[in-house]
Design a protein around this ligand. Structure first.
Ligand SMILES: NC(=O)c1ccc[n+]([C@@H]2O[C@H](COP(=O)([O-])OP(=O)(O)OC[C@H]3O[C@@H](n4cnc5c(N)ncnc54)[C@H](O)[C@@H]3O)[C@@H](O)[C@H]2O)c1
Ligand SMILES: [Fe+2]
Length: 383
């Protein structure tokens, strides 16, 4: 039996942040991205909490791609302060840190953690973590990312405040925007896609088609920033209902090993995974129309306004569109361009990354079985 729900209460609009004045909680642990803790946004949050008579404590030890040690620090702060809510403000790393803090605190003090609500306030338009039951932990020793999933991880509230994303620099707009694109595409072609996840992914795709490049090229384009913030949440809700796929499994293995930003890693892989899922032998080849993902890619091409002459041109058009976005937003198309590793080190890691990608929780439900040799070939071609 399948089910669908969006349980997180969403606040949006110009005065969305004022929700902090009306929180029905007495003690709040603020889990802050360092960019938030050190900047003017911190005062915007604390002044509203004070106006509402809410006591708070700040935890600003969020680390990008949260590693175990940073989450443990957060658990300590939680158990020490015993808040009745956590308010996470930052990118996906801050929101995931807060989710993980509550999840791990459950092992130490189940009553306190079960009672604590979670309010997610994203400052990037990318992960959609504010509406998902997933959290991604980085195991630094094993150099890999671990996906945790469960209803208890889902935020209770989310606040979409557009002014908070106005400071996102263009390279981060590019990375996080391509994360949204990958979520919407993987949600559409997932084996578990359904009418409800489709509705959310379709809207996210149509917003992406109109606003991603606008948001990248003009930091003052508030309409584009607002629409991309909605697209991010919609795509998050979509994949929360459908699951993701091989692109995310491979991105977790690659990004976890070489510390590549998540969205940039998803973007690197996207043309290759689309080609594989469509049954193409190479990026420019012909699709195998029997592959179940082809129908989804044709629909995506149509939503992005790429025409729909036949299956092969639709899929090739979609790949060309992703290449165009990468070129316009100066995103790398090869791991060698990222400067994060050497060819020898990268090639030596391919077997381990292939294992990790196939075993990754997100790979479940991917539309074409992830054959070991094919996954390793994609990694090799990516250099
Ligand atoms: N839980 C989920 O459903 C889910 C989904 C996708 C990705 N993720 C995870 O989320 C993480 C990535 O999150 P992200 O892409 O939002 O990046 P991030 O949270 O790691 O932030 C990246 C950088 O941007 C800075 N930053 C954040 N907001 C800013 C702003 N408004 N202005 C200027 N700088 C700002 C941060 O300080 C940080 O240095 C990864 O660990 C990824 O695996 C989680
Ligand atoms: Fe993602």
């Amino acid at each position: 039996m399948d089910s669908f729900s969006i349980r997180t209460r969403l606040f949006f609009g110009p005065d969305a942040l004022d929700r902090l004045k009306a929180l029905p909680y007495k003690r709040v642990l603020l889990v802050l991205d360092p960019f938030v803790a050190k900047g003017p946004v911190c005062g915007e949050l604390t002044s509203r909490l004070e106006a509402g008579g809410t006591a708070y404590r700040v935890f600003d030890g969020v680390v990008p791609d949260p590693p175990v040690a940073a989450v443990a620090e957060g658990v300590r702060a939680f158990l020490d302060f015993r808040p009745d809510a956590i308010v996470a403000v930052g990118g996906g790393s801050a929101i995931d840190s807060a989710k993980l803090v509550r999840e791990f605190a459950r092992k130490m003090d189940p009553a306190a953690a079960d009672a604590a609500k979670l309010v997610a306030i994203p400052t990037t338009s990318g992960t959609g973590s504010e509406l998902t039951s997933f959290a991604i932990l980085t195991d630094e020793q094993q150099k890999k990312k671990i996906s945790l999933a469960g209803d208890g991880i889902l935020p209770d509230e989310a606040i979409l405040s557009v002014p908070l994303v106005s400071s996102v620099p263009p390279p981060l707009v590019a990375d996080t925007g391509m994360d949204v694109m990958t979520h919407a595409i993987e949600a559409t072609v997932s084996e578990r896609a359904n009418d409800f996840s489709d509705a959310l992914a379709e809207k996210a795709l149509s917003l992406l088609g109109t606003y991603l490049l606008r948001s990248y090229s003009d930091p003052k384009d508030e309409e584009a920033k607002a629409k991309m913030h909605s697209a991010s949440a919609l795509a998050g809700a979509a994949f929360n209902a459908s699951g993701l796929g091989l692109n995310h499994g491979m991105a977790h293995a690659l990004g976890g090993r070489f510390h590549l930003p998540h969205g940039r890693t998803c973007s690197l892989l996207l043309p290759h995974v689309i080609a594989y899922n469509a049954g193409m032998e190479s990026l420019g080849g012909r699709v195998a129309p029997a592959e179940p993902a082809v129908k989804g890619y044709r629909k995506i091409a149509r939503i992005l306004g790429l025409g729909n002459a036949d299956a092969t041109s639709a899929v090739r058009g979609l790949i060309a569109c992703i290449r165009f976005l990468q070129s316009e937003m100066k995103l790398p198309t090869r791991v060698s361009q990222t400067g994060k590793t050497t060819e020898g080190e990268y090639m030596a890691a391919i077997d381990a990354m292939t294992e990790a990608a196939i075993a990754d929780f997100c790979t479940q439900g991917t539309p074409r079985p992830p054959m070991r040799e094919a996954v390793a070939k994609i990694y090799r071609e990516l250099w």
